[in-house]
Unconditional design. Structure first.
Length: 473
């Protein structure tokens, strides 16, 4: 795969700047690839290509667009080994997690969008009118580094199925897996200009897309501060905006008579520790009953021993490095803040100097107060804050005492757990061991974003409505 080109209008071309961005392996700290540092000239080419391709692509019957996407999925599946290898190298995500969550789950997502597309209500009869859903137009997709494939698939597949054309700007830190997607679209025979790939820095490519007059919508996933910046830029020309932003998600364990909290602790740890805590939906605040604190604390220590840290190519390792020196420093600073604010370190702590890779071990803070920085801010690392509550009323108050509202979880007797979950201010709430549903809408309350991804609602996000008043003569 040649990573030193851009994919615009069905062709692999040189970037206009002639300069490149290095891609580092966070497990070895070695540069192993580079991609073009795209700029506004490249964005302009991509926007014009996408705009020119839009009328024909949007006019195709959905069944034809689905046929194209079926061909894409077949090729996408055939790339599995390459995608696993490149994701491990560019992100540092361990082999087992990369295979299941970073790669294979994206086939499930793609399949779900293809299967659900015919059920999107594109035409609805009203008492005196008919409403039609049409594509928004050219969609600029700006994606983060923590799920290099997943965050891209969540945007480009539904956008294209709904008749939009796309310009993708992947993260400059993990752009390489997107090249395989471009290759798959090309091999599947998609018309020129329907999918375009422009790599580069957010401040250049992202801002240029947000401001370009031929781009009709910006779909952004990233930090809340980044989303606000992109949103302001996009609103200068009144573009459609979809923002999936940060989180500081609570996980509430309700007391039980057995005093065995093994399963909910595993569920919480899988969320906050796997992918080295670099997950927007991570359960980073664990709320436990005060009366069970001593019991749960012992179980936390024992179960944490299962979450091994090491070489991400080792099939038995559960945590690899964090993604970059920037992440390493940020997480380290928050661990120090936790110590300075008076939280008690249960396991983990400040990492060693990153001589060979950006490794940070799972870290758990006890005696955390919800007004501490480590409880308020999105750390985006393997750092868990444990907060006690006296009763369910206090648990709910703590859970909702955050500017975020992306995700949450409640574990306990099912009826009681559901009753509490309904009152938590979050776009997604997991009850006990219930799995994720690809058909469900995904998105946040409060500062966790605008709009939804996933399922039919995620596809509707890439449409706009037109009403025809058609009952007269």
């Amino acid at each position: 795969m040649n990573f030193e080109k851009l994919y615009i209008n069905g062709e692999w071309i040189d970037g206009a700047s002639g300069t490149f961005i290095d891609v580092e392996n966070p497990a070895t700290r070695k540069i192993f690839a580079r991609v073009p540092a795209g700029n506004e000239v490249d964005v302009d080419k991509a926007a014009k290509a996408a705009h020119a391709a839009l009328p024909e692509w949007a006019a195709l019957p959905l069944s034809v667009r689905i046929n194209f996407m079926e061909k894409f999925l077949t090729i996408f599946r055939s790339q599995e080994k390459d995608l696993i290898d490149i994701t491990i190298k560019e992100l540092g995500s361990p082999w087992a997690f990369t295979k299941s969550s970073q790669v294979e789950y994206q086939y499930v997502r793609t399949r779900s969008y293809i299967d659900l597309a015919p059920d999107v209500p594109m035409v609805e009869k009203m008492p005196l009118s008919t409403t039609y859903r049409e594509p928004v137009g050219v969609v600029g997709c700006i994606t983060p580094w923590n799920y290099p494939l997943g965050q891209v698939i969540q945007k480009i597949i539904p956008a294209m199925l709904m008749g939009n054309t796309v310009i993708l700007k992947p993260s400059q830190h993990t752009p390489l897996s997107s090249y395989y997607l471009a290759d798959a679209f090309e091999k599947a025979g998609f018309p020129k200009g329907v999918f375009n790939l422009v790599t580069g820095r957010g401040g250049e490519v992202g801002n240029a897309m947000s401001a370009h007059p031929l781009v009709d919508m910006i779909s952004f996933t990233g930090s809340t501060s980044g989303g606000i910046t992109v949103g302001k830029k996009a609103l200068e020309s009144v573009k459609h905006i979809s923002l999936e932003l940060g989180g500081k998600s609570p996980y509430v364990i309700l007391p039980n008579e057995s005093h065995d909290y093994t399963e909910p602790i595993h569920l919480c740890f899988n969320s906050i520790f796997l992918n080295s805590g670099q997950t927007c939906t991570a359960f980073s605040r664990l709320l436990i009953p005060e009366a069970e604190k001593e019991t749960i604390e012992k179980q936390l220590v024992e179960i944490a021993k299962e979450y091994t840290v090491g070489d991400p190519t080792d099939h038995t390792v559960k945590l690899g490095p964090v993604s970059s020196m920037q992440q390493y420093r940020k997480i380290s600073e928050y661990i120090q803040k936790g110590l300075d604010e008076g939280a008690r370190l249960l396991i983990g702590g400040l990492p060693e100097t990153p001589d060979h890779g950006y490794y940070i071990h799972p870290t758990i803070f006890m005696d955390v107060k919800n007004d501490m920085s480590i409880a308020k801010d999105e750390i985006f690392g393997p750092v868990l804050c444990v907060i006690t509550y006296k009763d369910e009323k206090e648990a709910l108050a703590i859970a909702n005492d955050t500017r975020y509202g992306l995700n949450a979880g409640v574990y306990g007797p099912k009826e009681k757990a559901i009753a509490l979950a309904k009152r938590i201010q979050a776009g997604n709430v997991y009850i006990n061991s219930s799995p994720r549903d690809t058909a469900a809408p995904f998105g946040g309350y409060k500062e966790s974003g605008l709009g939804r991804e996933g399922g039919i609602y995620g596809m509707i996000e890439f449409t706009q409505q037109k009403a025809l008043f058609d009952t007269g003569k």
